[in-house]
Design a protein around this ligand. Structure first.
Ligand SMILES: [Cu+2]
Length: 121
């Protein structure tokens, strides 16, 4: 009986562990009204998925428009690595891993009135 309880306990602990890891990615949806959620809090090293749920194309990129130098990692295509480097069509995704702590503003390079913030702690 003790052995049975021990096995059940191990299974419960193991399955509880499985529900929390691997960590599900954080997602920002791009809709016709903009980025949802507008402010997203994550931990350093987390990957955010930007998914275009609108019928129009969108292009997430670091602030500020048009230089995109706000996020302090070189690379990408304009001024920072945090840039989808092209329009996302409906249903398309852009994945970005935030390795820098800080409050990072971004925008839609096609319609720069659409903005969002990722807070990396
Ligand atoms: Cu821009």
């Amino acid at each position: 009986m003790l052995k049975f309880i021990a096995i059940i306990t191990i299974i419960l602990v193991f399955s509880a562990g499985c529900t929390t890891s691997p960590k599900e990615g954080d997602t920002v949806e791009i809709t016709q009204i903009g980025f949802v959620p507008k402010v997203l809090k994550i931990s350093v090293g987390d990957t955010v998925t930007f998914v275009n749920s609108d019928v129009k194309s969108h292009w997430p990129a670091s602030a500020n428009h048009p230089t995109h130098t706000g996020y302090p990692e070189e690379g990408g295509c304009i001024g920072s690595k945090f840039d989808s480097c092209g329009p996302l069509k409906t249903g398309e995704k852009f994945y970005f891993t935030f390795n820098q702590k800080g409050t990072w503003s971004y925008h839609d390079h096609i319609d720069s009135s659409l903005t969002g913030i990722v807070i990396v702690e």
